[in-house]
Every structure is written in structure tokens, then in C-alpha cells.
Design a protein around this ligand. Structure first.
Ligand code: SAM
Length: 447
């Protein structure tokens, strides 16, 4: 007999008298939505394995069998076979729930909630041992160097997550996700769905520090950077985060407000967060809760007023249109797209603080999706013209070549057909002129 689980007897108990265990619900979630695969078996065969309950003053509390109980209730069964255990204290009951669930296939979140519960239980047990030792004048081993290592190892083995090193990486991801960090939350969802390993998710998070203290920006105006999944969530139009990091470095200060009106997977949001800038991110079809729904053709929302930098990476008319939702700029024709640029210029001028910047990332459209009769569309030239017409001053045109966007077969075909493949993308940075104060004739304080 397990020392934790106590003696047991089997008896039938009314389904109405059994209460679900809040600790189990906290760990594994509500069961009502998860009984589809079990209910047919219970309908045909009845409950084959007894539920496990403990007696409480108000009835019976369930230790194991939440899904079986849900099926029994859904099928209108009055009572179910139960193994009645004597498990006196709360800590032992929680341990028992963890043990009974050990063989279940669990998501990363469930495993980490188990780990949280185990940490708490082990902490309470260590405290009791320490107090007992103190009462007997035995040495206090609280500061033993490898105690934490042993605890981590014990928890890792208990929840089946390898050894202490992987467990520590998992804990780092989990702890950051609990603070609401979007990249960590996205890592947890990928771990829950089994599409990422703990180590890969951890490496993503570590790379998030690369634009913080010690960041060495390139001093050149060619920004040939690679994509990095540590920033932004997967998105068809995602850009290398170092482009955003360099724009923030050269054109903003820590604490400044940055606005991204076509935020996509939120690369700008994540880079701003890691570089201490405040970011407002909008998109017509947001893919993350921190990105607000807004159509930039309606102008900027009022809260964006006074921004230091607008960073905009819009889709181009027809280019990659099939990857974007209908109704957005990717589906606009050239005339509508140029009208969007003109509106963006006017609205950015009204929204930016005096001396603020707009950075517009544009690629030229070459062989892909060029409308009939046209050989090439110079989006950068069009963007430059629209911003200048709105009153912006040129600041810099930075070359951001695209990394690896062609497959080998595209390159072979271009060679055979004697065509050039477009690799040109530019970040055009324009400055709103300083507003001269009418009373003093000198620039305002924030310029
Ligand atoms: C090229 S993607 C941006 C990618 C982003 N820089 C990233 O790294 O993930 C362009 C985004 O603009 C959005 N969009 C298209 N039309 C829009 C509109 N009228 N207003 C706001 N967003 C729009 C699309 O939904 C898409 O997510």
C-alpha cells in the first residue's frame, strides 16, 4: 500500500454527492469538453475502473476520475463505483492527485502547473523538516548548495521532463509567460501543441536580450539582417527584427512612443519591448491580443498622437495578396495603394511630434504579381514622393536587402529566362520639420 494514498474500500456512491476537486481542475482544466472519446465506452461498458474519492464533512471529494464522473452524469447514471481512500491532509491529497494523473498524456501547461504544485508541496515539506530539525537542535541544511539542484531534478523526473537542465529552461519560459510576455506565451502554445521543443523555445527567449545592453548596431546604411523567430509571431510578412532595432536605435530614445499601423506578427512590438520603447500596434487583422484592430486608411487613433516614430511595413498591392485577408491593402489596386500612401503621409504628419520620424519599409515589385502591361513598380519611389508631398524632410534611405526569399527553382528559371530577381528593399526615413513656436520663434521643448 502506498504510504501517501492510505487504505481503501470500494462502494457505489451517488454522482450528486461527489464534488470535483478544485486542485485537479486548476491543473488539468474543466473536463466537460474532454469526454467525447470516453462517453461511448461508458455508455456501452459502464464505469470499468472505480473513481477514487475521500470522505469530507459535506460528502465525497474526487481524487481521480473527473472525466468518468462527467460521463456518468451526462448519461444520467445515479451512482458510480468508487474506491474510498483515507487521505487525511491536504498536501497528501494533492500528491495523490498528481500520482493518479502521472500516466495521462499532458500538455506543457499542465506539466508546468503540476511542477508549480510540486514545488509548493516540496517547499512545505522542507519547511516542516527544518522546523523538526531545529526542535531537535540538528543543523539547518537550508543553504546546502545542491539542494535546489536536487529539487529541480526530482520535479523534472516526476513530471517526465528529463533532467534539471531542461526543467530549468521550461521554468524560465513558464515564468515569463505568467508575466504575460507575448513571446513566452507564444512559446507555451507551441509547446502545448507539440510543435516546438523546450530547448528551442528557451533559445527564442534568450535571443530576446540581443538588442538590450551591449547591442552593437551596424554603423553602415546597408541593413542586411536575417529573420529571427524570437521576435513577432509567425506571419507571412514578418521582417528581420534587427531592422526595427536599428530604426529604434537611430531615431528614438528609451521611453519614446513608437507606432506600427500595419503590425502583422508584431515584430515591432517585441523589439520595442526589449529596447524599452512604448509601442502602439494596429492591424486590420490582428493576430495577437496586444495588436489592436484598426484600418490605417481611417487615419491614426487619437492615442497615437505625439509619437516619436511611426514604423510602417505595409503590404503592396497584389504582391503576395493570396496570403493576406481580403479587404486589406494587399488587395488594393495601384491607384488605391497610392491613395493609401498619400493618406499615410498626411495622417503621420498630423500624429507625429514635432521633429518625429516616419520609417517606411518598401520593396520594389518585380517579376511577382506585377499587373498586366507593367514591367516593374518602384514602391520606394512612390513612398518617397508621397511622404515628401505631405511635408516630410528626407532623413535617410537605408538598403535592407531581402534574405533568401527565392527558392532554387525560381533562380534557375530566372537564369533560363534571362530575368533579374528583385532583392531590393529600402527603409525610407523622413522627418517631420520642427514646429516653430509663434510666441518665441524657438523650437518647442520636445523637438
Ligand atoms: C507586411 S505585413 C507586416 C509584417 C510585420 N512587419 C511583421 O514583422 O510581422 C502587413 C500587415 O498589414 C496589414 N494590413 C493590410 N491592410 C491594412 C489596413 N488597411 N490597415 C491596417 N493594417 C493593414 C496586414 O493584415 C498585414 O498584417
Amino acid at each position: 500500500m502506498s504510504p501517501t494514498l492510505g487504505r481503501s474500500t470500494i462502494q457505489n456512491i451517488s454522482t450528486q454527492e461527489i464534488t470535483a476537486n478544485p486542485f485537479s481542475i486548476n491543473l488539468y482544466g474543466e473536463t466537460a469538453s474532454e469526454i467525447d472519446d470516453l462517453i461511448d465506452s461508458v455508455r456501452v461498458h459502464g464505469i470499468l475502473v472505480a473513481l477514487v474519492v475521500v470522505a469530507d464533512p459535506l460528502g465525497w471529494t474526487l481524487i481521480s476520475g473527473h472525466r468518468r464522473l462527467e460521463c456518468a452524469r451526462a448519461l444520467g447514471m445515479n451512482d458510480v463505483p468508487c474506491e474510498v481512500r483515507t487521505i487525511p491532509d491536504d498536501v497528501s491529497r494533492r500528491r495523490a492527485i498528481l500520482e493518479y494523473n502521472r500516466q495521462r498524456r499532458k500538455t506543457f501547461s499542465q506539466l508546468m502547473r503540476e511542477a508549480d504544485a510540486l514545488e509548493q508541496i516540496l517547499g512545505q515539506e522542507a519547511l516542516s523538516r527544518r522546523n523538526a530539525n531545529l526542535r531537535q537542535n540538528l543543523p539547518d541544511r537550508r543553504n546546502s548548495d545542491n539542494r535546489q539542484g536536487r529539487t529541480d531534478d526530482q520535479i523534472a523526473r516526476s513530471i517526465g521532463l528529463g533532467g534539471k537542465d531542461i526543467y530549468r529552461q521550461a521554468r524560465a519560459i513558464w515564468t515569463m509567460a505568467l508575466t504575460g510576455d507575448s513571446r513566452a506565451c507564444s512559446g507555451v502554445s507551441q509547446l502545448d501543441s507539440g510543435t516546438k521543443t523546450v530547448h528551442a523555445a528557451y533559445k527564442d527567449l534568450r535571443r530576446r536580450g540581443q538588442f538590450g545592453v551591449g547591442f552593437r548596431p551596424t554603423p553602415y546604411d546597408v541593413w542586411a539582417f536575417r529573420h529571427d523567430r524570437a521576435f513577432g509571431v509567425p506571419h507571412p510578412g514578418s521582417i528581420p527584427p534587427a531592422i526595427v532595432a536599428h530604426a529604434l536605435h537611430y531615431y528614438t530614445e528609451v521611453g519614446d512612443l513608437v507606432v506600427d499601423p500595419t503590425a502583422g506578427g508584431g515584430t515591432t512590438l517585441d523589439v520595442c519591448q526589449s529596447m524599452g520603447r512604448t509601442c502602439l500596434a494596429y492591424d486590420l487583422n490582428p493576430v495577437r491580443p496586444e495588436i489592436l484592430t484598426h484600418d490605417i486608411r481611417q487615419g491614426f487613433p487619437a492615442e497615437a498622437s505625439g509619437a516619436s516614430l511611426i514604423f510602417c511595413d505595409p503590404p503592396y498591392h497584389t504582391m503576395l495578396a493570396e496570403k493576406y485577408e481580403p479587404g486589406g491593402l494587399a488587395h488594393a489596386d495601384l491607384q488605391e495603394w497610392c491613395a493609401f500612401l498619400e493618406g499615410l503621409g498626411r495622417d503621420a504628419m498630423a500624429t507625429l511630434k514635432s521633429g518625429g520620424y516616419i520609417a517606411l519599409l518598401l520593396a520594389n515589385q518585380t517579376e511577382k504579381d506585377v499587373p498586366a502591361g507593367q514591367g516593374y513598380i518602384d514602391h520606394v519611389f512612390l513612398g518617397y514622393g508621397a511622404l515628401q508631398a505631405a511635408g516630410f524632410m528626407p532623413e535617410r534611405r537605408i538598403s535592407c536587402p531581402m534574405d533568401g526569399s527565392y527558392l532554387p527553382q525560381h533562380v534557375r528559371r530566372a537564369r533560363v529566362e534571362g530575368r533579374m530577381l528583385g532583392q531590393v528593399r529600402d527603409l525610407i526615413v523622413m522627418r517631420k520639420p520642427l514646429e516653430i513656436s509663434q510666441s518665441s520663434g524657438s523650437p518647442p521643448a520636445n523637438s
